[in-house]
Design a protein around this ligand. Structure first.
Ligand code: SF4
Length: 237
């Protein structure tokens, strides 16, 4: 963390260039719509994590705190190789990657490819993903969703419901469920149980106007913190 105990928060302004990946050369590169990254984030999963926000979400949950990311063009379109290169350029030792948005499973194929590249370079990282879809519906969707679920250790699923107060430190509303999908995910159970409610990080942006409150908390708590901080913008995940 920086001298203020806060996280570095950056727009993903990645310079595109040719990146060789494990995909064969005839395969066109997959692209991702991505918005921002932040690290070290302690409010979106166990340990110190890299958080990645993708852009684009068609679910339109009432009370969503990131409607600014519903349009995928709010972010930038980059190859998975370029995004992986940017994430792996973070030199700080981190415990994992949290992907939120936006709706990650709207880009399931490209995110699965990104995670294959990340896992090859950071095998010790855990992967936590937020989705507005339920796990059951994702499993009915198809191969790309299955592929991304196969790369996910912890899934927090379900749409945001402002009328259902959250009861879990990682869930934005009471209908959402934390699924431990892998052996690594199940091994995180005690760490997850120890997470405090309404824990937040303040991400100081690279521009004066893009500081964000990062974390999962009820709207009243968020408003109170933002009022105290004078923060201009905030989000749940
Ligand atoms: S809460 Fe999540 S799933 Fe719902 S509209 Fe907002 S970004 Fe989409």
């Amino acid at each position: 963390m920086n001298r203020n105990g806060s996280v570095v928060f950056e727009p993903l302004l990645i310079v595109s260039r040719s990146v060789r990946t494990s995909r064969n050369r005839e395969t066109p590169p997959l692209h991702l719509w991505v918005s921002k990254l932040a690290y070290p984030v302690t409010a979106l999963g166990p340990g110190e994590r890299l958080a990645l926000w993708v852009s684009g979400c068609g679910l339109r949950c009432r009370g969503c705190i990131t409607p600014n990311l519903w349009d995928r063009h709010a972010g930038v379109r980059k190859t998975t190789g370029a995004v992986a290169e940017r994430l792996l350029a973070v030199s700080r030792r981190l415990d994992g990657l949290t992907i939120t948005g936006g709706e990650p499973f709207e880009q399931a194929g490209a995110l699965a490819e990104l995670l294959r590249q990340i896992r090859a370079a950071r095998p010790h990282w855990s992967v936590l993903i937020y989705s507005g879809h339920t796990l059951a519906s994702l499993r009915r969707h198809g191969a790309e969703e299955e592929g991304l679920l196969g790369q996910t250790d912890v899934l927090i699923d379900g749409p945001y419901r402002s009328d259902r107060p959250a009861r879990h430190p990682l869930a934005g509303s009471g209908n959402q469920t934390v699924h431990l999908l892998t052996e690594r995910g199940r091994g995180m159970l005690e760490q997850i149980k120890a997470l405090p409610m309404a824990h937040a990080n303040l991400g100081f942006g690279t521009n004066d106007d893009d500081d964000w409150l990062i974390g999962v908390m009820d709207p009243a708590t968020r408003r109170a913190i933002n009022t105290r901080l004078g923060a201009r913008s905030s989000r749940r995940t």
